[in-house]
Write a protein that binds this ligand. Structure first.
Ligand SMILES: NC(=O)c1ccc[n+]([C@@H]2O[C@H](COP(=O)([O-])OP(=O)(O)OC[C@H]3O[C@@H](n4cnc5c(N)ncnc54)[C@H](O)[C@@H]3O)[C@@H](O)[C@H]2O)c1
Length: 346
């Protein structure tokens, strides 16, 4: 008998459903058994491409099936909350795409539904599965770079040609910091904990027909007197990157999601002078890492393993909501030109 696989429905058959369906195909403990999109042609095409027998245009029909354990939701951000709550209440575990939702009331509804139904709710903060970021996190936790004092990350991604089906990315509610900057914010939360306050400046000089600023720089305070910054730019003309620099008292890490090496600067006793005294020198090590920007395979494997073994997921509703809270505070700061203090009560 083969190993048990989680039977999944995928709701949304747009661009990122390809990552979901490929990841599910190779995860080993997952199987896509149904797909849904309001655009029938898209659902049918993805069903054919990935050998899925059933497709739907109404997700509530898919949710009625008793033989589906869980759903993944590559849907426009505005729909995450409603579909997650409906799916949880229909008895399905949910792997919802990032950002969890566009406001904290929606996040709270989602957390409530997960608590009341006892089903798993995981938010797809995919950076938690990027090999280079995981290596950086381990180095920090192992004390390789000493005491953290400054962390920075960026989400620099040219959006001029990716509005999403029907242009759902171009709304004031879906500010770029919430929609994309959430990756960089979540990564810094993983490394340095929950920020306690933020301040942001912004401008909109590139995507001038968008209703929001396309560039935001936020500075923030983390626990243990660590400072940090996050840049979000969706108008930039460059290759997509989430370049991240982590500064500690004994070393510095530079890592991103699109470069095959992690750079570690570290003070080492490497030089002896003519009087046989050892001198500290910063060495620069380039450590190979797999580039796996959208590692949905690892993400969905972990989700299914947690369901199969009854373990808590890594990025549950509270984690997802905490990242949304930081992003919303950055947007509020940019609008009010004030420092915003953060509280996390979910
Ligand atoms: N983790 C990542 O790095 C990453 C990368 C890209 C996108 N995403 C996220 O994935 C999600 C989807 O993004 P995308 O690029 O695939 O968008 P998309 O616009 O290409 O696809 C969304 C699909 O949802 C369908 N849809 C809309 N309403 C629906 C409904 N009620 N029922 C069923 N289907 C419906 C649309 O017809 C469309 O085909 C977003 O939340 C986005 O933020 C995450």
């Amino acid at each position: 008998m083969g190993k048990k696989k989680i039977r999944l429905g995928v709701i949304g058959a747009g661009s990122f459903s390809n990552s979901h369906l490929l990841g599910i195909k190779y995860a080993g403990n997952a199987e896509a058994v149904a797909i849904c999109d309001i655009m029938e042609e898209k659902a049918r095409k993805q069903a054919e491409k990935f050998g899925i027998s059933d497709y739907y245009t109404d997700y509530k029909e898919l949710l009625k099936r008793d033989d589906i354990d869980a759903v993944t939701l590559p849907l426009p951000d505005q729909l995450h909350a409603q579909v997650t709550v409906d799916a949880l209440r229909a008895g399905k575990h949910v792997l919802c795409e990032k950002p969890m939702a566009l406001n904290l009331d929606d996040c709270r509804q989602m957390i409530k539904a997960a608590r009341e139904t006892g089903k798993q709710l995981m938010i797809g903060q995919i950076g938690r599965y990027t090999p280079g970021f995981l290596m950086a996190k381990k180095m920090v936790d192992d004390g390789v770079i000493g005491e953290l004092f400054f962390v920075e990350s960026e989400y620099a991604h040219d959006y001029s040609k990716i509005g999403g089906e029907g242009g759902w990315r171009i709304t004031p509610e879906r500010h770029p910091v919430i929609g994309g900057g959430c990756h960089a914010v979540d990564l810094l939360r993983m490394i340095a904990g929950d920020p306690t306050e933020v301040f942001a400046y912004a401008n909109g000089k590139v995507l001038t027909d968008w209703p929001v600023n396309d560039c935001t720089i936020a500075v923030m305070k983390f626990p243990n007197n660590v400072t940090g910054k996050v840049l979000t730019s969706i108008g930039c003309k460059r290759k997509y990157t989430m370049r991240t620099v982590i500064y500690g008292s004994k070393g510095t890490i530079i890592v991103d999601n699109t470069t095959p090496t992690l750079t570690l600067f570290k003070e080492e006793f490497t030089q002896m002078d003519e009087f046989k005294n050892l001198h500290q020198q910063a060495v620069e090590l380039k450590i190979p890492v797999a580039i796996n920007n959208h590692n949905f395979e690892a993400e969905v494997r972990d989700f299914c393993e947690c369901i199969l073994e009854g373990k808590p997921v890594l990025t549950d509703g509270v984690e997802g909501a905490s990242t949304v809270a930081v992003c919303l505070a950055i947007v509020e700061s940019e609008q009010k030109e004030e420092k915003i203090k953060l509280e996390y009560n979910f």
